[in-house]
Write a protein that binds this ligand. Structure first.
Ligand code: ADP
Length: 315
């Protein structure tokens, strides 16, 4: 379990985060989402005891970040944004060294290294020099290091940054496998990534938490309109006119390009698809497509971030 309460951090005069509070329950996989510079790494560095907050406090598995910092660092798995790997060591030597620093006893060393090497698919590169590995494999070494001592809490800061699509899929697969019995906090500025892996998302913008909920709840709460896409063949002027008169319609835009593609915005509480379909038939149009457009996490995120800056502009 992770609990942050009123975390604020100044770098000199500059405030990076302000009054950041959240709770992550045992066994939850939570996404920490925000644009670059929002304060994700700052929050994570505080939770992993790499620096103290200016104000506020936090506990990880009941341990206090200021009083138990050494214990927290030994107990949790942390993948920093830039993994400090020793480039001239072999994978095996590096992991042995990291395991020692995490307090893994000599008699458990072999089995512990075997376990993390297998979890992260590092068997083939175990004896290679880290500096000669691809970025994807180096990231796996970073993850393997975080998994030493089998931590029940994993904190991963932008685990897929700088990787190519194949490597991203691989790292995501490894994270999926790790989720069992673990509390995971995963930061990212990439929305689909978080939506795929996490049941709950904490969104941070300009140093402050702006929302926290499941991707599905965020969508329904923030959805101000529903959008329906309709594609028709044949003349559609009469349909266009009639649609404007339906109750609940907010905005209609149309694109004519051989066929007519209507984008129809309605109030979120109504589903006008049956009426729209009936109207298309009644007006003698060929109904090629009719579907509701889901608001993506990306749309919600943009909405939250823009709302913030609009409010700021109004102040
Ligand atoms: P994120 O991880 O979301 O990209 P960061 O936590 O790295 O955001 O940064 C939050 C803000 O704090 C940014 O404005 C960044 O420029 C600033 N910042 C981060 N690290 C430092 C530092 N060591 N010294 C001064 N400012 C910093």
């Amino acid at each position: 379990m992770i609990e942050a309460e009123g975390l604020t951090k100044f770098y000199g005069p500059r405030r990076a985060i302000r009054n950041v509070s959240f709770q992550i329950e045992k066994g939850e996989v939570v996404g920490f989402l925000g644009p670059n510079g929002a304060g994700k790494s700052t929050t994570i560095r505080i939770l992993t005891c790499y620096m103290p907050p200016s104000e506020g406090t936090a506990t990880v598995e009941g341990m206090h970040i200021l009083e138990d910092s050494l214990r927290i660092r030994q107990k949790i798995g942390y993948l920093p944004e830039n993994v400090p790997l020793y480039n001239d060591l072999t994978v095996n030597r590096f992991l042995r060294f990291a395991a020692g620093a995490k307090g893994v006893e000599a008699k458990r060393m072999r089995s512990e290294l075997g376990r993390v090497i297998s979890s992260c698919g590092l068997e083939k590169v175990e004896n290679r020099i880290i500096g000669h590995l691809s970025k994807g494999f180096r990231q796996r070494v970073g993850l393997a290091q975080a998994l030493l001592n089998n931590p029940s809490v994993l904190i991963l800061d932008e685990p897929t940054i700088g990787l190519d699509p194949t490597q991203i899929v691989e790292i995501r697969r490894i994270i999926e496998e790790l989720r069992e019995d673990r509390t995971i906090l995963l930061s990212s500025h990439i929305l689909p990534e978080v939506a795929q892996i996490c049941k709950r998302v904490i969104i941070i913008n300009k140093g402050e938490i702006v929302a926290t909920d499941s991707p599905a709840n965020l969508t329904s709460q923030l959805q101000k309109t529903s959008t329906i896409l309709v594609e028709l063949s044949g003349p559609s002027a009469e349909f266009a006119q009639a649609i404007e008169n339906l109750d609940g319609i907010q905005k209609v835009t149309v694109e004519n390009n051989g066929t007519s593609r209507f984008q129809i915005e309605t109030a979120p509480s109504v589903d006008l698809r049956p009426e729209i379909a009936a109207l298309a038939v009644q007006k003698g149009c060929g109904l090629l497509e009719l579907r509701a457009v889901q608001l993506s996490l990306e749309d919600i995120f943009m909405q939250l971030v823009t709302e913030e800056s609009t409010q700021e502009g109004a102040e």
